[in-house]
Design a binder for this molecule. Structure first.
Ligand SMILES: [Cu+2]
Length: 339
């Protein structure tokens, strides 16, 4: 059996309610018009025994049979609707048993008027959520700052994003190549209307390839003048996941100068994102050993300067600057409160 998407479920609930509502409406209006015509004011009206008189309690005719029938049919319709709709909503709430494939887990974080997505393997994206077509996607929605609500109207998705809580929901995007708009459905601040994004739907094999390329890392070297270095002599490059012990596989990789191609070591083996320790040791040349921490969550390249100053220190300086900026902002806010 084809798995029902949220769109299918809500579409069929809407269609059934529309059809039944129309049917009931037509019957009620038609019967009203029929009676209005039947009991219209004519000269021979006094001859009709069944004509209701003012102040009389209607029996519904035929000893209450009609009344019983109409109440009975209404009750059956309403009760069946409630049971059927409740069944559909139970499916929407917890469809996992009906899925043929394991859903893809994605954590969704609303923060600073933007949406961020983290995949099971540690890959991260912002703004664009890439998913495979026809495959269930389970999302865990949270927020980093204030209350937001994650919504994809096309796919009938809406989930509260609340700091410290994870709201779980799911969807299936059926059309490969389609793009669906993501919006924030909670008035969250002055940039609320710009808090949007896109769901990009890929074919399953395109998605697998996309996910595989998340952790491609290019490492190259340059001299202090910025000229590429293509002859470093023998070297060993070790890349180890900082939480290596927590994974079944060994997430430690090593390379040598033989892996250089066009002055670059292209690392394509990584399948788990996260924080990695990088150590590069040079055997012959007088270059200093490079030690770095890399956060590998999307395709990236690193260039290390060999010789005098290394790029590490520059990076650290930048980080500090950012922190100082944030502190400055905080001070501003506090100042505002005091006034
Ligand atoms: Cu928001």
């Amino acid at each position: 059996m084809q798995v029902q998407t949220r769109v299918d479920v809500f579409e069929s609930i809407f269609q059934v309610f529309l059809a039944l509502g129309t049917l009931v409406g037509v019957v009620v209006v038609a019967y009203t018009l029929y009676n209005a015509y039947k009991y219209r004011d004519t000269d021979d009206a006094k001859a009709d025994d069944s004509l209701p008189t003012l102040g009389e309690l209607p029996t519904g005719g035929e000893g209450g049979k009609k009344l019983f029938l109409s109440f009975g049919i209404s009750a059956i319709i309403v009760i069946s609707l409630v049971i059927w709709t409740y069944g559909m909503l139970l499916y929407v709430e917890d469809p996992e048993d009906d899925f043929e494939e394991e859903p893809i887990d994605i954590e969704v974080v609303g923060n600073g008027f933007a949406w961020h997505f983290e995949y099971e393997n540690g890959a991260q994206e912002s703004g664009t959520m890439t998913v495979p077509a026809d495959h269930p996607v389970a999302i865990q929605v949270t927020a980093g700052d204030v209350w937001h609500t994650f919504g994809i109207t096309d796919l009938r998705v809406k989930a509260d994003a609340i700091p410290g809580e994870h709201d779980e929901t799911w969807f299936i995007a059926e059309d490969a190549g389609a793009e669906h708009e993501i919006e924030c459905f909670e008035l969250c601040g002055d940039q609320h209307t710009q808090m949007d994004g896109t769901v990009q739907v890929l074919e399953q094999d395109e998605f697998d390839q996309w996910l595989d390329e998340r952790f491609h890392l290019d490492i190259s070297f340059e001299d202090p003048e910025g000229e590429p270095i293509n002859d470093t002599g023998p070297l060993t490059l070790e890349l180890v996941h900082q939480e290596n012990d927590e994974f079944d596989e060994d997430l430690a990789y090593s390379y040598t100068e033989e892996d250089f191609d066009n002055d670059t070591i292209s690392i394509e083996d990584i399948e788990q994102g996260g924080e990695y320790d990088l150590v590069i040791e040079f055997e012959e040349e007088e270059f200093e050993t490079i030690e770095d921490e890399l956060s590998i969550t999307s395709p990236s390249s690193e260039t290390y300067t060999l010789g005098e100053e290394d790029e590490d220190e520059e990076d650290d300086d930048n980080d500090e600057d950012e922190e100082n900026d944030e502190e400055a902002d905080d001070d501003d806010e506090n100042g505002g409160d005091d006034e």
